[in-house]
Write a protein that binds this ligand. Structure first.
Ligand code: AMP
Ligand code: GLY
Length: 423
C-alpha cells in the first residue's frame, strides 16, 4: 500500500512513524513533511492547503490511502477532495470538521444534545458582548469562534480585561475572521485530560488518555502555546470517569453528529476538564492532538492502517484497540522566545543518539535540511518522547534524552508531568 500523509509537524512525524511500522505499507510520501519525516517518507513540496496539487500527486503516484493531520486542511475540506477523486482519505469531511472549526457550532451541539460543557453565550455583535459582560461573573473565558492556531482563547480576570479581549477578537480582528463570532464561557477549574478517539461515523473507540501542558513556562506560567509537553496515560482519568465519558460524552457526540447529517469519521479529540461538579467538555478537535499523538501513538499496538481503514469502511466495531501497559512522556524542545518571536536556522546536534534505541523517539516539529545539516526551523523544534514502565520512569527517561540534543537557544519546560507527583 502507498500512503500519503498531509502535514509537517511533530504530530505528523508520530503518525508517519506508526504508519512505517505497518506491514501493509510499501511506500510513504509526506506533503510537505519535515527533516525527521524525510527519514521514513519521501517528502514532496506541496502545501497542506493546496488540495488540487495533493490530489494530482496522489493520482500520478498511485496513492492508495491518505492521512490528513492538521486542522486547517480538514476544516477546509481536504478529505472531501480526495473522496471526489475516489482515493480513501482518513479524517472528517468538511461538514464534520466544523466541530473544531466553529466553537459556536460545537457549543450549540453540546447544548442541543445534553453533552456536559461550560455555560456560554454566543455573540456576533460586539456591543451585545460588551453589554453581557457588565453583569457577568469573573474570571470569564472568551473564545474566537474559528481556528486561531490554538491561541483564540482568552481567560479574563475582570471586566476591564474582558472588554479589552472583546475588542481584540471582534473589533481589531487579532485572529482574523475567526473573530467574527465570539463565545463567552463560564470559567472552570480542575484537571485537564485529552482523549483521542477513532470514529467511523457510528462507533467511537477511545485511545489511551494524555495530558498536555499548554503554557510556555514552568508552573503553567507564561503564554499559551501549541503544547510544551505531554504524558500518557493520565492517572486522573479513572475507570469511573472513563465510563461516564463514554456514555455521556463520546457516544452522545457521535449520535449527535449523525443526527445532524454530519457523520464524524476520523480522530475526535475531546479536551476534558475534571471539575468538582463533574466532567465537562472544554473543546473538540477534529484530529490527533499535537503533542498528544507523540505519547499516545508510540504506545498503540494495532496496525494504524487497519484501524484507519476500518474507520473509513464503517467497521470500527470489529476492531479492538490495544495499548501497551506502560507510560510515555514527551518534552518539547523549543526555540527561546516561542510563542512570540524566536530565531531559526541553528544546527541541531545529537539526533543520532536516538537511532536504534528502543522506547526513545525524537519527533521533528520545526526542522529543515540546510546544506546537508538539520537546522531549527520553527518555535517548537523537536518533541522528545520516552517510554517507561510507569509515568515516573518515562519522565526521567524523557528528560535524560532531552539532554542528548543541543542547539542554540534550546528551551524547554522542566516540569512536564509534575502533576504525576500530586496524585
Ligand atoms: P481550548 O482551545 O478551548 O482548549 O482552550 C485552550 C485552553 O484554555 C484550555 O486547554 C484550557 O486550559 C483553557 N480553557 C478553555 N476553556 C476554559 C474554561 N471554560 N474554563 C477554564 N479554562 C478554559
Ligand atoms: N495539544 C492540543 C492540541 O493539539 O490542540
Amino acid at each position: 500500500m502507498r500512503v500519503l500523509i498531509i502535514g509537517s509537524g511533530g504530530r505528523e512525524h508520530a503518525i508517519t512513524a506508526c504508519v512505517a511500522k505497518s506491514k501493509r505499507v510499501s511506500r510513504i510520501y509526506a506533503a510537505p513533511g519535515n527533516a525527521g519525516i524525510a527519514e521514513l517518507a519521501e517528502c514532496v513540496d506541496i502545501s497542506v492547503m493546496d488540495f488540487e496539487k495533493q490530489v494530482a500527486f496522489a493520482k500520478d503516484n498511485d496513492i492508495d490511502f491518505v492521512i490528513v493531520g492538521p486542522d486547517d486542511p480538514l476544516v477546509a475540506g481536504c478529505v472531501d477532495e480526495f473522496e471526489k477523486a475516489g482515493i480513501p482519505a482518513f479524517g472528517p469531511r468538511k461538514n464534520a470538521a466544523i466541530i473544531e472549526g466553529s466553537k459556536a457550532f460545537s457549543k450549540d451541539l453540546m447544548k442541543k444534545y445534553g453533552i456536559p460543557t461550560a455555560a456560554y453565550e454566543t455573540f456576533d455583535d460586539p456591543d451585545k458582548a460588551f453589554e453581557y459582560l457588565e453583569t457577568a461573573d469573573f474570571p470569564i473565558v472568551l473564545k474566537a469562534d474559528g481556528l486561531a492556531l490554538g491561541k483564540g482563547v482568552l481567560i479574563c480576570k475582570d471586566l476591564e480585561e474582558a472588554k479589552a479581549g472583546v475588542k481584540e477578537i471582534m473589533l481589531d480582528k487579532h485572529f482574523g475572521d475567526a473573530g467574527n463570532k465570539l463565545v463567552i464561557e463560564e470559567f472552570m477549574t480542575g484537571r485537564e485530560v485529552s482523549v483521542l478517539a477513532f470514529c467511523d461515523g457510528t462507533t467511537i473507540k477511545t485511545m489511551t488518555s494524555a495530558q498536555d501542558h499548554k503554557r510556555a513556562k514552568d508552573g503553567d506560567q507564561g503564554l499559551n502555546t501549541g503544547g510544551m509537553g505531554t504524558f500518557s496515560p493520565s492517572p486522573f482519568y479513572t475507570k469511573e470517569i472513563e465510563e461516564f465519558c463514554q456514555k455521556e460524552i463520546y457516544e452522545k457526540t457521535m449520535a449527535a453528529m449523525k443526527a445532524e447529517g454530519r457523520d464524524f469519521v476520523g480522530t475526535l479529540f475531546t479536551g476534558l476538564m475534571i471539575t468538582e461538579k463533574g466532567v465537562k467538555v472544554l473543546e473538540f478537535n477534529a484530529r490527533f492532538g499535537d503533542p498528544e499523538a507523540q505519547v499516545v501513538l508510540p504506545r498503540m499496538k494495532n496496525d494504524i492502517i487497519d484501524v484507519m481503514e476500518a474507520c473509513i469502511e464503517g467497521t470500527l466495531d470489529k476492531v479492538e484497540l490495544e495499548f501497551e501497559d506502560n507510560a510515555a512522556v514527551c518534552v518539547v524542545l523549543a526555540s527561546e522566545g516561542y510563542p512570540v518571536s524566536y530565531e531559526k536556522g541553528f544546527p541541531i546536534k545529537g539526533l543520532e543518539q536516538f537511532k536504534d534505541r528502543d522506547g526513545y523517539y525524537v519527533f521533528h516539529a520545526g526542522t529543515k535540511m540546510l546544506s546537508g545539516e538539520i537546522v531549527t526551523n520553527g518555535g517548537r523544534v523537536l518533541g522528545i518522547t520516552a517510554k517507561g514502565e510507569n509515568l515516573v520512569k518515562a519522565r526521567a527517561n524523557a528528560y535524560e534524552a532531552a539532554k542528548w540534543i543541543d542547539f542554540d537557544n534550546k528551551y524547554m519546560r522542566n516540569d512536564i508531568g509534575k502533576a504525576i507527583d500530586e496524585q
